[in-house]
Design a protein around this ligand. Structure first.
Ligand SMILES: [Zn+2]
Length: 413
């Protein structure tokens, strides 16, 4: 495995700033298809990207609408200029969002962001649309559980990390352990001893590499270990792991390979254990909420849409709990006479009439409420925990609290 420069790990503060930028980027709407999004993976030379953009620049001279044409060309030119400061992209690559956004009254204003994303960009992408293309960044910003992965037998071992749904291999090591073959007599015993010694050295080395890779990861939720046969169990039982990591071992699993394929197989086989852990975490969170609710005046709890929204606006929320079973929309509506309201509805077919003039409401903007609350939580740096609907805790969340509750940083009155 080549030793490439590792991805940059973003601090939570940087992530927060990134989220704020993303909010502005996502609010922007072009009057035509004139907002340009570019994703540059870390291994793509910048001159390669600027060449591509020059091609798009000359293509865009064919755009019929004069104002769209002008705006697209300006956006591409601006990105080319901004990219000049790099020869190669930074370790996570780059994302660029540039274009003229509609600001009403027949006016537009330029919005321009070139950012290093929180995780490496996977593939190059150019898009010109009436909205910026930001979907890949959401997966990057999601809170993820991190697990250490080890697959091992006497001949080979691979270490990796499971981050959310992604498996990142860290190191593959081949051992120098001689293969066993049948020899008789005294040389057999000598061979046996040498063999054991070599296995011991190999395990020790893998133990050290795991310490190096995992010990400083404070977010490491656990360690899962796989391999064919008994070797992996011997590795775990005979104390080759740092004692702090030993405590985090969640289990060992049979897998056929000890290379990168083995890591994938391991995650596949450990899926039930990982899901149980997820459910356990949900249980603990809802329990914590219930403990607060039982305290005098509700302790550090808030529940129900209005109360939680209020607490979020005051930045008082530590952890937002949302039921995955919640199906509601947050609508901004307007009537023909210009009266506007923001409402939460179960479905948009049951839209009420305007209470001021009785006219029908039309929808100006619609958002899934889980999305909307997620956005509010991001903006105030609160953690978001989705509680699955099919657990007892999830059902309680949905029935008793309308699917929305929060554990607070401080009490809100
Ligand atoms: Zn009205």
């Amino acid at each position: 495995m080549p030793e490439a420069q590792g991805p940059t790990k973003m601090s939570s503060r940087d992530k927060y700033r990134f989220r704020r930028a993303l909010e502005e980027i996502e609010r922007a709407q072009g009057r035509g298809t004139e907002l340009v999004s570019v994703y540059v993976p870390p291994d793509r030379p910048v001159f390669d990207v600027t060449n591509y953009l020059r091609g798009e620049y000359s293509q865009s001279s064919n755009i019929k609408s004069a104002s769209t044409r002008k705006h697209v060309m300006q956006a591409i030119e601006s990105i080319i200029n901004r990219l000049k400061q790099w020869r190669m992209p930074p370790p996570n690559g780059l994302v660029a969002f540039v274009g003229h956004k509609d600001v009403g009254a027949d006016q537009t204003s330029m919005i321009a962001y070139v950012l290093e994303p929180p995780e490496p960009v996977v593939s190059f992408l150019y898009r010109c649309d009436s909205r910026f293309f930001t979907e890949p960044l959401h997966e990057m910003l999601a809170e993820k559980d991190v697990y250490g992965l080890i697959v091992i037998d006497q001949g080979e071992s691979t270490i990796g990390l499971l981050e959310g749904k992604r498996i990142n291999p860290i190191k593959n090591v081949q051992s120098l352990v001689p293969r066993k073959h049948r020899i008789g007599g005294p040389s057999a015993r000598r061979f046996e001893r040498l063999h054991e010694q070599a296995v011991h050295e190999f395990f020790k080395k893998i133990g050290d590499l795991t310490t190096e890779a995992f010990l400083t990861r404070r977010d490491l939720k656990g360690l899962i270990i796989g391999g064919p046969g008994y070797t992996k169990d011997a590795f775990v039982k005979e104390g080759y792991l740092h004692h702090e990591l030993q405590k985090k071992v969640l289990g060992t699993f049979d897998v056929g390979y000890t290379d990168e394929t083995g890591l994938r197989e391991l995650v596949e086989n450990a899926r039930d254990v990982l899901r149980d852990l997820d459910l356990m975490r949900e249980k603990t969170l809802v329990q914590r909420l219930m403990d607060e609710i039982r305290k005098e005046e509700g302790g550090l709890s808030a529940y129900g849409e209005d109360q939680v929204r209020h607490a979020l606006e005051l930045r008082a929320v530590d952890t937002l709990l949302i039921s995955e079973g919640l199906r509601k929309l947050r609508l901004q509506v307007r009537c023909a006479n210009g009266h506007e309201e923001t409402r939460t509805v179960a479905d948009e077919a049951t839209l009420p009439k305007c209470p001021t003039c009785g006219a029908d409401f039309a929808i100006v903007e619609r958002r899934d409420i889980v999305d909307e609350f997620g956005g509010l939580a991001d903006a105030s740096n609160a953690k978001v925990e989705l509680i699955s609907a099919d657990s007892a805790e999830g059902e309680l969340m949905l029935k008793a609290f309308g699917g929305i509750a929060a554990i607070l940083r401080y009490r809100v009155t």
